[in-house]
Write a protein that binds this ligand. Structure first.
Ligand code: SAH
Ligand code: SF4
Ligand code: F3S
Length: 461
């Protein structure tokens, strides 16, 4: 297209969904004639793809925007684009207008295909203050408008690596009471299966070994379509694609994870034996206030069913501490559940009130000290469990997909087991994309380590 010699750089905050969206933003900008800059501080156009899930995520973005605007090598201001979830919040646009006039464009997640056009307009008409493309708020928009869904067949930049993300659904209908995602990502809209299949097939042809399916609640995939295809049928079709080696998916909702899905995964060839099942809290009282739609007993039953059907499978979780009104007893219930079910790992978060959500309006917001003490205790309990589980893997052989050089010892490469555990391979030779068998000799909370297995040493899950 045009030949203007301008460069772009994208910085991505937040979840895998944003990482995937950034690949499309890059593809669109390249199609419009921009090329990738080596560094954000040299680029003519800088896109910051943002996250609004916790206050800490937003704070990071605000401080980074200031640096991008003022710490440039050539002193010339870039076109600065604030994309992603924060752009959907009315208070973000207000704050840009009041205090951050160096941001030129604000684009919500459903509008990233408009970025090239908005960037060119900002370049051509520097006097215009702020260009925006955001969806109407959820109270204004009708369910059918699906303004958060992207058009199909947008370009994407090819990212180096062995694993590729494929978004299978947009938005979320759950309205967990603490969560901003349904407000900024809109209602659940599943992509048509044929577009998903075409995208996965193309990625496999390009040489990606692992496909990672994305959605806020993948277990509800297809419930909003009218073709009888749900998550089970989608997984079965993707598992059949010739050449695919590993399939992962995120995020699951324990309420919608059926036993049939577990059975499908068990019978599949390529779907990895890793279950990320966000628990959020082990207290039934808090789960109810969170609108999660399951009890601790139902959660435990699901985990036990998985472990019984697929011995060796790993299960990880997300937990929030300090939800409004969480008592010592509620918190003890969470610790108690973790000690009983013994999960492989947990991402742990301090509750962060999000304006507009039901929980932010609840009485009994807890003091910071209570929240941080609970987080510390939770991390300690879970780390001990994770360490014990990992210790039990010492002496076993694990299939590892090699991904990249290890950060600490760049002469070694690291990868992941099917159960999503990080493994540093201490034998030189394997390259990214290789599937190798590693004899585990050492275990920590965040990684396993060992040399390539010898002939005759058999792998286990
Ligand atoms: N759709 C996914 C992920 C949502 S965001 C899911 O349902 O699990 C990822 C995690 O962030 C959540 O699982 C939750 O543990 C955490 N989270 C979401 N909102 C939060 C908030 N207001 N404060 C703290 N943690 C939050
Ligand atoms: Fe947020 Fe709940 Fe939806 Fe996950 S399922 S994105 S936690 S509202
Ligand atoms: Fe953050 Fe948006 Fe993902 S709020 S967690 S980037 S969906």
């Amino acid at each position: 297209m045009s030949n203007h010699n301008l460069t772009y750089f994208i910085e991505t905050f937040g979840c895998q969904m944003n990482v995937r969206d950034s690949e499309t933003i890059g593809g669109l900008l390249e199609q419009a004639g921009f090329s990738q800059a080596q560094d954000a501080l040299d680029a003519d156009v800088v896109v910051v793809n943002t996250c609004a899930v916790r206050q800490s995520a937003e704070d990071k973005v605000w401080s980074r925007l200031g640096q991008l605007a003022f710490e440039r090598r050539d002193g010339k201001a870039p076109v600065l684009v604030l994309a992603g979830c924060m752009a959907q919040l009315p208070q973000t646009v207000e704050r840009i207008r009041a205090k951050a006039p160096y941001v030129n464009v604000a684009v919500g997640p459903g509008h990233i295909h408009k970025i090239p056009e908005l960037v060119l307009e900002a370049l051509n008409r520097p006097s215009v203050k702020l260009l925006t493309a955001v969806s109407p708020s959820r109270t204004e928009a009708r369910r059918t408008e699906s303004t958060q869904m992207l058009p199909e067949e947008l370009p994407r930049v090819k990212v180096p690596g062995v694993s590729a993300y494929v978004t299978i659904m947009y938005g979320c209908d759950n309205f967990c009471s603490y969560c901003i995602v349904p407000f900024v990502r809109g209602p659940q809209v599943s992509r048509e299966p044929r577009f998903i299949m075409e995208e996965v097939e193309a990625l496999v042809r390009q040489g990606y070994i692992e496909i990672h399916l994305l959605g806020q609640n993948v277990n509800a995939y297809g419930l909003d379509l009218d073709n009888g295809i749900g998550f089970v049928q989608l997984l079965e079709s993707i598992d059949q694609i010739p050449g695919i080696q590993r399939i992962r998916y995120a995020t699951s909702h324990p309420r919608d994870f059926t036993k049939e899905m577990v059975d499908t995964i068990k019978q599949s060839k390529h779907i990895c034996e890793h279950f990320h099942l966000p628990l959020q809290s082990g207290s039934n009282r808090i789960l109810k206030l969170m609108h999660r739609g399951y009890t601790r007993e139902q959660y435990m039953e699901l985990v036990y069913y998985i472990k019984e059907q697929i011995p060796g499978a790993s299960v990880t979780t997300d937990i929030i501490v300090g939800f409004p009104g969480e008592t010592d007893q509620d918190f003890q219930d969470t610790l108690d559940l973790l000690e009983q079910v013994r999960l492989d790992g947990a991402f742990t978060f301090i509750y962060s009130p999000r304006a507009g959500t039901a929980a932010a309006r609840m009485a009994n917001q807890l003091p910071r000290k209570v929240k941080s003490d609970r987080l510390q205790e939770l991390v300690k309990v879970q780390n001990e469990i994770t360490q014990e589980i990992n210790n039990a893997l010492v002496g076993t052989v694990q299939e590892v997909l090699i991904e990249e050089p290890d950060l600490r010892n760049p002469e070694y490469f690291r990868g992941r087991t099917r159960t999503n555990k990080l493994v540093v391979c201490t034998t030189k030779g394997p390259k990214p994309g290789d599937l190798v068998n590693v004899m585990i000799e050492e275990a920590g909370t965040w990684h396993l380590k060992g040399p390539l297995a010898q002939a005759g040493q058999h792998k286990s899950l």
